[in-house]
Design a protein around this ligand. Structure first.
Ligand SMILES: Cc1ncc(COP(=O)(O)O)c(C=O)c1O
Length: 341
């Protein structure tokens, strides 16, 4: 084991600039598998501080050795197995695009939907696959029927794309944004909930809630907010860009009406992959951005009528989920909390 590791370390020193020989690649793959097995023998708390294991795990990625990149959250690097899967599906598609993409790979989306739903703790019938959080939340912003004067509550700390979408809806349709703002960090969850409640009027239709605020990592009390929104017949729309596959939770535990996320963030799935969760009873009344022939149907697939796109990234989401499970959601969360602390 030791000699394999030292061989591996020497090899890695060169990995940033040279491509690995097949033998070195095999040693690397074996060492990563071995590190994964060791990691799985540890509890999330024990694993969190095991620097050697995480350093070996890091070799599953191909990140540059000449850049210290501190932003791996806005968009994450993909493990090599995911990059390889994208390449494979891409080459496969090119053998006969209309046949392999529309007749073969398109069907593979159902297996991906199921895997995403398993990780989210939802029914696959509530999960649509798309390109990112921006698209997921825009589907809701533009798909809900709102009337002039209806109010939406959001915070100054929400993500710019979402703020811009609601502002455009305000300009176009005459809805009204009611702003609240937080002096981050906020340590009192109930104070957050109170701000939302205090801004609510009889015209309030939506609470726009960011699960984890990207500027500071503040985690908002989403479960409590969704609960209070529901009591008042208010729609809860959750921006989960930074929590799916970073924190160990199930979407139904939060009980939102809508939840959007980007899979190219913490799941380390291919660039340009995202997910929209719509609670079953809301699917029928949400208009799709790109309609199919049954826009008022209760089939979640109506939100995937995007037209022709590359099927390779979508298919390789499966490899990213397998990689995520190999580490374990809780281990990942505890490691990130440990690094933060
Ligand atoms: C809180 C939050 N929401 C939404 C987004 C948008 O994500 P995407 O560009 O993948 O749509 C980001 C991006 O970093 C974000 O931090």
């Amino acid at each position: 084991m030791t000699s394999r590791r030292s061989f591996f370390r020497k090899t890695i020193g060169l990995a940033g600039t040279l491509s690995l020989s097949p033998l070195a690649q095999q040693a690397l793959a074996e060492d990563i598998s071995d590190a994964l097995r060791s990691l799985n023998r540890l509890s999330p708390e024990q694993a969190a501080s095991d620097e050697e294991l995480w350093a070996r795990m890091a070799q599953a990625f191909t990140v540059s050795s000449s850049i210290l990149n501190l932003n791996n959250g806005g968009v994450s690097p993909q493990p090599k197995v995911v990059q390889d899967a994208v390449d494979r599906y891409y080459h496969y598609s090119n053998e006969a695009p209309t046949y392999y993409m529309w007749q073969i790979l398109d069907r593979g989306r159902e297996a991906i939907r199921k895997k995403l739903a398993d990780l989210a703790g939802t029914s696959p019938e509530e999960v649509a696959i798309n390109r990112n959080t921006t698209e997921a939340l825009a589907t809701v912003t533009w798909g809900l029927t709102l009337n002039k004067g209806d109010e939406i509550i959001m915070t100054r700390q929400d993500y710019p794309n979402m703020i811009q979408a609601w502002k455009q809806k305000e300009m176009r349709d005459g809805i009204k944004i009611k702003w609240i703002s937080f002096n981050l960090p906020v340590e009192n969850d109930e104070a957050v909930v109170r701000e939302f409640i205090n801004a609510t009027t009889s015209k309030t239709k939506i609470w726009h809630i960011t699960h984890m605020i990207n500027w500071t990592g503040q985690i908002m009390p989403v479960k409590r907010l969704c609960e209070e929104a529901r009591k008042r017949n208010i729609i809860s729309l959750v921006d989960g860009a930074h929590t799916y596959a970073q924190m160990d939770f199930r979407i139904p535990d939060l009980n939102p009406d809508y939840f959007g996320t980007s899979l190219h963030k913490w799941l380390c799935a291919p660039f340009g992959t995202g997910m929209l969760y719509v609670k079953k009873e809301n699917i029928g009344s949400l208009w799709p951005l790109f309609p199919n022939d049954k826009p008022t149907d209760s089939n979640i697939r109506k939100f995937e009528t995007l037209g022709t796109r590359s099927f390779a990234p979508e298919q390789a989401i499966g490899q990213a989920i397998d990689f995520h499970h190999a580490i374990g959601s809780k281990r990942k969360e505890e490691r990130l909390r440990y690094l933060k602390n």
